[in-house]
Design a protein around this ligand. Structure first.
Ligand code: ADP
Ligand code: ZN
Ligand code: ZN
Length: 732
């Protein structure tokens, strides 16, 4: 029997695929895009499967209206992986599949497939594009459009869909010698296969040998190596080996800010075959890289979390750098963990996965201890740099100036005098976390959240970091009218001002989201720092992310206490990772570093363990705590978040849902709630949680699968929005 039904994924908040009839004269294949009618509109979807028949009544089945691609954009393996991910995270499958495509291809536009016939700007045409002929507006339009394409080229199909009536103009441009007919670039990129790399030290050599043994099939390794131990060199040499075997490499990194530096190193070593994908790139560049990896013309993809969904020909290795980083988890919409999906991807591609970090997540350490991952360690810094000394500074009886104690200020002064650099870590951007009226006690509460609005002095704004609401800083108290408003506490902006006065004459650089908001500003700041001798660097957690500050010999942590007594059980793990990552930035050159951590809880056991015995000992102790509390990684969680304009509506929905679950029975799954979210009101919505926890994943997932139907039956569901977060990275 011939396949007469196409099962199509369309972007819709529904958990199913949709059947369409394939007209007899239509050719199509799994993985191509089609246009179909959906409800009252026409949408673009991807053919996920074909079948000989459908469960739907044949009268209701509509035909596929058009096929948009000659060649599949996604392979069967890619589709299976996406479907698996949608199932695991309980997210609508069509949204997951459509989101894996470059933005333009989610619409009806044609794909710029390498090898396709098309038009291309000549050098003369490229010059004309800057000052296009004013009297031929259509030609000008074509020139201006072509110049934005990679290599100034586009396929016939692309041109047709972007400029439907540009044909005459193209012919005219061809006559003037400004465009020529061409075939889109389909040559494989140059790859450097024989670069020797650095001579590995013993630790690195042992790790590379072990990992090379794994290259034949699926295996997961945790590369647990201190900052500066040479993990990146290990990645490079492994990647080169995979390229020599004719296969491809996926490298996941947590932050855009990290990508250029790492990209540079990979590109220098492995050549043009290294491509980059992150949200800071233009859509055209992204699409170009996407096709090339899909077709195997480029072999190495370096990208942030969504790169996990890129189809890659002959995938032979998946590397996850800084695997502990929370930004691998998407916290909105499709709430996947790219780190966890990397393992599934490796399994399906039958290739090894390497998770690297100086501060591995407790989950990964637990998996290594249980024998599921191979645990590889590198405890010494490559290149001979010494590990920093770490001390706690008890500030309980210390007067503070802008959050800094006298001993810390004295150390800063002496290090600067010695011609070296200082780094001060304060994980709070803005000028001050709250504005207060000393006459009546008014505080700058956000009108839409259970949170305070942060004072940003440079921009003159009160700014809520949770909902984004901004107001001008008032001159007088909005409550009593008194001119008695004062910022309380401090953020990096204030610290910068204080230090500029206190240590006038030394270069001062601030690294936080505000200071680096403009494109290129981060690099400019880093360049300034690298060019300077004695200098001060102030910043938020951005400091902890992968940058090298070889001249920094003193790291001051202004406040380590935020994570010690938090509502979220992961807060201590996060704090420890941040402290160790920040500390790891110091003394990478020939001078040893010193780390001073200000705290009001110098006797806190986990902090003590961290400082005295290091991250591994901390992780062991923290894992023991998790085990005795039955928390992840010794159990599995999912979090249902409901929100509504009124607290009562959200409470009622979650209450009824939990009651319904109780009646249905849920052996093996603990259900906690309804409880108000730690920040109950956010952006004007009241938020209520229901937390699920189970020892076994399968019983948990069986329960989660029943939720949409169960919730849909409740009249209370009409007033709320709700979402599921599987393996939540935070409970906020
Ligand atoms: P990590 O990724 O673990 O932080 P890197 O790979 O960035 O470490 O290495 C830290 C520094 O040590 C870099 O400057 C790197 O060039 C240097 N390095 C790494 N491996 C070696 C080696 N085998 N010999 C000499 N220097 C090395
Ligand atoms: Zn007041
Ligand atoms: Zn707010």
């Amino acid at each position: 029997m011939t396949d007469c039904i196409a099962r199509v994924a369309v972007s819709a908040p529904l958990h199913s695929l949709f059947d369409y009839a394939i007209p007899a004269d239509m050719q199509l294949d799994v993985g191509v895009r089609v246009r179909v009618s959906f409800g009252r509109t026409r949408v673009i979807g991807v053919v996920v499967a074909m079948a000989g028949g459908s469960d739907c009544a044949s009268a209701r089945i509509k035909p596929v209206e058009a096929v948009l691609d000659d060649e599949p954009l996604l392979g069967r393996d890619d589709l299976e992986f996406l479907i698996w991910a949608a199932g695991y995270y309980h997210h609508p499958v069509g949204e997951v599949i459509m989101a894996a495509l470059p933005l333009r291809l989610r619409k009806a536009e044609s794909a710029a497939l390498p090898g396709a016939a098309g038009w291309m700007l000549t050098p003369a045409g490229a010059l004309q594009a800057a000052t296009p002929p004013a009297r031929a507006p259509r030609q000008a339009e074509v020139l201006r459009w072509l110049v934005t394409r990679p290599d100034g080229a586009a396929s016939y199909a692309q041109l047709r869909s972007a400029l439907p009536d540009g044909t005459a103009a193209l012919r005219a441009l061809c006559d003037r010698g400004w465009v020529i007919r061409t075939t889109l670039e389909a040559r494989p990129d140059r790859a450097i296969l024989d670069s020797p790399g650095l001579a590995l030290n013993d630790d690195q050599a042992a790790v590379v040998a072990a990992l090379r043994d794994d290259l034949g099939g699926f295996a997961v390794a945790l590369l647990d190596g201190v900052t500066g131990s040479g993990k990146t060199e290990v990645y490079l040499q492994l990647a080169a080996e995979v390229l020599r075997r004719g296969r491809s490499v996926l490298v996941l990194v947590p932050e855009i800010s990290l990508t250029p530096q790492l990209f540079e190193r990979f590109h220098r070593r492995l050549g043009d075959t290294v491509r980059m994908l992150h949200s800071g790139l233009g859509e055209t560049e992204r699409e170009h890289a996407w096709h090339r990896l899909h077709l195997g013309l480029s072999r190495v993809l370096l990208g942030t979390r969504s790169s996990i969904f890129t189809p890659i020909a002959d995938l032979g290795l998946v590397l996850v750098d800084e695997e502990h980083d929370p930004s691998f988890k998407q916290t909105e919409g499709f709430r996947y963990s790219a780190r966890d999906l990397a393992i599934v991807r490796g399994q399906r591609a039958n290739c090894p996965v390497v998770l690297g970090s100086a501060t591995p997540s407790l989950e990964s350490l637990r998996n290594a201890a249980a024998g599921r991952y191979r645990h590889l360690r590198m405890d010494r810094r490559a290149g001979g740099a010494l590990s920093p000394r770490v001390d706690l500074l008890d500030i309980r009886d210390q007067p503070l100036q802008c959050g800094m104690s006298q001993p810390l200020l004295d150390r800063v002064a002496s290090v600067l005098k010695g011609g070296e650099q200082v780094m001060l870590f304060l994980n709070r951007r803005g000028f001050a976390p709250v504005l207060s009226c000393f006459s009546c006690g008014w505080l700058s509460d956000c009108p839409r959240c259970d949170a305070r609005q942060t004072v940003h002095r440079a921009s003159g704004l009160l700014w809520c970091h949770h909902c984004g609401a901004q107001h001008r800083v008032p001159q007088a108290c909005p409550e009593c009218g008194a001119h008695d408003l004062h910022p309380l506490g401090q953020g990096t902006e204030q610290l910068e001002g204080f230090l500029a006065e206190r240590f006038a004459g030394y270069p001062l650089i601030r690294l936080d989201r505000d200071a680096t908001a403009r494109k290129g500003s981060l690099q400019a700041l880093l360049d300034r720092l690298h060019a300077a001798e004695a200098a001060i660097l102030v910043g938020t957690q951005m400091l902890a992310k992968g940058h090298h500050f070889p001249r920094v010999t003193l790291v001051g942590v202004l406040d380590a206490d935020g994570g010690l007594y938090s509502a979220d059980f992961r807060a201590t793990e996060r704090m420890a990772q941040l402290l160790v990552q920040v500390a790891g930035r110091a003394g990478r050159g020939d001078r040893p570093g010193h780390v001073l951590i200000q705290t009001r809880y110098p006797d806190h056991p986990l902090l003590q363990t961290l400082v005295r015995q290091g991250y591994r000992a901390f992780a062991d102790a923290a894992l023991q705590e998790r085990q005795s509390a039955g928390l992840p990684p010794y159990s599995h969680q999912a979090l249902l978040r409901a929100d509504a304009t009124g607290l009562a509506s959200a409470q009622a929905f979650v209450g009824r849902l939990s009651q319904a679950l109780e009646e249905a029975g849920h052996p093996g799954v603990e259900v906690w709630g309804p409880v108000p979210a730690p920040m109950t009101r956010r952006a004007g919505r009241h938020r209520v949680h229901l937390l699920f926890q189970a020892r076994q994943r399968d019983v948990l997932h069986a329960l989660l699968r029943t939720l949409p139907a169960l919730a849909g039956q409740l009249p209370e569901s009409k007033r709320v929005r709700w979402s599921l977060d599987v393996d939540p990275a935070d409970l906020f």
